[in-house]
Design a protein around this ligand. Structure first.
Ligand code: AMP
Length: 548
């Protein structure tokens, strides 16, 4: 028998209309680099989202599930696009502005984007691509930047503010199928072509509710979140949608992502929460160590996208800022785990939980799979590849306009679970500890060495700013770890001392023999350590190696 309950589609439209009415006074504040930031209420954002939808439909002819791309920083106009485009039935496609040009071209063509909304400051990036983007008919520009860069190029160019001005501030939003596409985001893909994850209205709605739960970020309309994680990186971890559900104010850094303006934003605007990858927090720590700032308004910070070194957590604890570790992927919307410890523990007892990647919420099922395909126990010791499934987890990749969805064997199990490519253990009470990416594990003489363990231990050394450890070929052992170290300003290298320090926390046979100092760890387009670059530099003989 079926239930007797109403079947109301879970859509972004409902998030939009709720946020603009019930939380109309909440604000999106965008940093401008001027003495005063720009402030816009949720009510105004909602009205302007309607105007944008009218402009896209009536003026630019966007229809059905056509794709509208954004090449934008985190700002109020980008939030308007987030809400308007899915609500009118079209598909929001956020473009990662840090990808190499040829990948961006591939992605726009694959998604068949009809319109690109771009920030003026990003036109130097967009303009040279346009001749290679035949599907793009319109470019809509907002914010400062030189428009003449688009002169003579094929698509019609519009000014965002002029385009939406005078249009109706309400829209007869269509009732959409909750399973239809709302937004898409391509993974940067270390091998092969980028892969498109297509989020549904339903997955965004359910994911937003999870983000808002107390066991996750637990924010309310009393909070302000500093959204450093880019809107092109997994929908800024779902924050623009989640905040419209609960009225959380958003502080948007726009293009001012360097440590100094971030520190100033925090001190002046006093956000209570923030979200970003570890490299941002490393940079900010160095900044406030050199020039002290008051960060104490940020009661909690969500840190994820890459492993958070425990030493970084300790350093922020001392500043009165609690980092909360989260794990996720583009394919998981991204919230997969968060490391809020269970109730009733002292600070000391909480620590071992805080340094894990966290526990799974009710909406995410997890299992660990061993090398032979066997399912491993949750005993905190058995290490295997993490597989997940749930209502906001991808079940396939977008196959392109004429293609079928893609379900590559290395990404999806036969029974439809997502193979995350992450290796780790799970404790009996469901806390995940990742030891590596499957492809980053160092296989030495038949034993596995965790590159993350070595990095975390090294980054706890007072002279070390950053450290990345990669596997390099070794005649005797198959693979051995290579330690690449970035020293703090003024520190000098003493490899033997670093090795002795490392020996305090890892087994002797895991200690690297090969060491090198580098000026900075190469980073991916979303600020994670790019280990394939280090492996290539080593293979090409570009690194100055000291052998101990
Ligand atoms: P992306 O889809 O670009 O966000 O990358 C997802 C990948 O980032 C995951 O599969 C993990 O390898 C890594 N990752 C994300 N969060 C964490 C975390 N908290 N600790 C370690 N690795 C992480």
């Amino acid at each position: 028998m079926l239930s007797t309950m109403q079947d109301v589609p879970l859509t972004v439209t409902r998030i939009l209309t709720h946020g603009m009415t019930i939380h109309g006074k909440s604000q999106v504040t965008t940093w401008t680099g001027e003495p005063e930031p720009h402030r816009r209420s949720f009510a105004d954002i909602g009205a302007r989202a309607s105007q944008l939808a009218h402009a896209l439909r009536d003026e630019l002819g966007v229809d059905g599930d056509q794709r509208v791309a954004t090449l934008m920083w985190n700002n109020a106009e980008h939030v308007e696009a987030y809400l308007a485009i899915p609500s009118m039935g079209a598909v929001l496609h956020t473009l990662n502005l840090r990808l190499p040009a040829e990948q961006l071209v591939w992605i726009v063509n694959h998604a068949d984007d009809k319109v690109v909304l771009a920030n003026g400051s990003l036109l130097p990036l967009l303009a040279p691509l346009l001749p290679h983007l035949p599907s793009v008919e319109h470019v809509v520009v907002s914010g400062p930047g030189d428009r003449s860069l688009l002169d003579g190029l094929a698509p019609t160019v519009h000014e965002y503010e002029e385009l939406i001005a005078g249009r109706p501030t309400s829209y007869a939003w269509p009732e959409l199928d909750e399973r239809s596409a709302a937004a898409m985001c391509y993974t940067s893909g270390t091998t092969g072509d980028p892969k498109g994850v297509v989020y549904s209205h339903r997955s965004i709605y359910l994911h937003s509710m999870q983000v808002n739960m107390a066991e996750s970020m637990g924010l309310t309309d009393k909070d302000t979140t500093l959204v450093v994680v880019p809107q092109f990186h997994v929908n800024a971890w779902g924050l623009p949608h989640a905040t419209f559900m609960t009225g959380v104010n958003m502080l948007m850094p726009d293009r001012f992502l360097q440590p100094a303006p971030l520190a100033e934003m925090i001190e002046r605007e006093r956000p209570t929460h923030a979200a970003a990858v570890p490299t941002i927090w490393q940079g900010l720590l160095a900044e406030v160590t050199a020039k002290p700032r008051d960060l104490s308004s940020m009661a909690s910070v969500t840190i994820g996208g890459a492993a958070c070194p425990p030493s970084l957590m300790e350093a922020y604890d001392k500043l009165g800022v609690r980092l909360c570790h989260a794990w996720g992927m583009t394919e998981t919307s991204p919230l997969g785990t968060m490391s809020n410890p269970p109730a009733g523990l002292t600070d000391e007892q909480e620590w071992p939980y805080r340094i894990t990647q966290g526990r799974f919420p009710a909406g995410v099922e997890a299992r660990l799979v061993g090398p032979g395909g066997e399912h491993l126990p949750w005993d905190g010791e058995s290490a295997g590849e993490l597989e997940v499934r749930g209502a906001w987890i991808a079940g396939a990749y977008y196959g392109g306009a004429d293609g079928e969805d893609l379900r590559p064997e290395d990404k999806f199990s036969e029974d439809g679970w997502l193979k995350t490519g992450d290796v780790g253990v799970i404790s009996a009470d469901g806390y995940l500890t990742l030891t590596d990416r499957a492809k980053d594990v160092i296989k030495s003489g038949g034993e596995w060495i965790s590159s993350v363990d070595l990095e975390n231990a090294l980054m706890a050394h007072p002279d070390v700013a950053e450290a990345a450890v990669v596997a390099v070929p070794d005649e005797k052992w198959g693979e051995r770890p290579l330690a690449t170290v970035v020293l703090k300003e003024g520190a000098t290298a003493d490899y033997a001392a670093l090795r002795t320090f490392l020996a305090q926390s890892v087994a002797k046979w895991q200690l690297p023999e090969r060491w090198t100092i580098i000026p900075a760890v190469p980073k991916t387009s979303v600020g994670k350590f790019d280990k394939k670059v280090i492996r290539r530099q080593y293979a090409d003989g570009e690194l100055d190696i000291t052998q101990l």
